[in-house]
Ligand binder design. Structure first.
Ligand SMILES: [Zn+2]
Length: 192
């Protein structure tokens, strides 16, 4: 049987993992900027006499297919779902490379002690709303407040990344808490 092309295989791996891992993962169509990003990564690796391995392309593609930030463990699962046993080190190294090439953005979600990654090319300024209880992350797009910032930046300043995180409790968690009134909130798990 003919092996499927890589973009289709990644799309399937992302879809398979979507519901299992997190409700926050929203696989979309591959961002049109993926080709440009791949070119940049390939050119750089070639200049370093390194190979652009399938695993590296997988990580890049998964990032350019997800519309919300993804953590390393989830990315690892997505890559392993298709490519078999890929080491976490490979995932870390590839993400480091993508950040260095400004193809990915590293987000530290301090309260959860986790690091997330998202694509950079083709992204408009956006922020994040994070539920402290279930960990749900919602991406806020078309934020007027961020667009207004641009007009206040020093003359000639070119912004590259924006970080706006609003931490709190989502409506679901608040409802769950008021039901079990009086008992302390201890569960860190996402409500089913
Ligand atoms: Zn919540």
């Amino acid at each position: 049987m003919k092996k499927k092309k890589q973009p289709e295989r990644v799309a399937e791996a992302v879809n398979r993992k979507r519901d299992q891992i997190t409700k926050n993962l929203h696989p979309d169509a591959l961002a049109p900027e993926y080709d440009k990003a791949l070119q940049i990564m390939e050119d750089y690796l070639r200049s370093q006499k390194k190979r652009c391995t399938v695993e590296r392309r997988f990580v890049l593609q998964a990032l350019y297919q997800l519309s919300s930030p993804v953590d390393i463990a989830t990315l690892h699962d997505i890559v392993c779902a298709d490519e078999g046993n890929v080491s976490l080190t490979t995932i870390y190294n590839t993400l480091d490379l993508l950040v260095q090439l400004k193809l990915a953005n590293r987000l530290e979600l301090v309260s959860r002690g986790m690091t997330f990654f998202e694509r950079t090319l083709g992204q408009e300024p956006h922020g994040f709303v994070i539920c402290e209880q279930c960990g749900n992350i919602k991406v806020l797009r078309k934020l007027q407040v961020l667009q207004k910032f641009d007009s206040q930046l020093p003359k000639g300043f070119l912004p590259e990344t924006y970080t706006l995180q609003i931490h709190g409790l989502c409506a679901k968690c608040q409802r769950a808490n008021s039901k079990k009134k009086g008992t302390p909130v201890s569960s860190q798990k996402s409500p089913k």
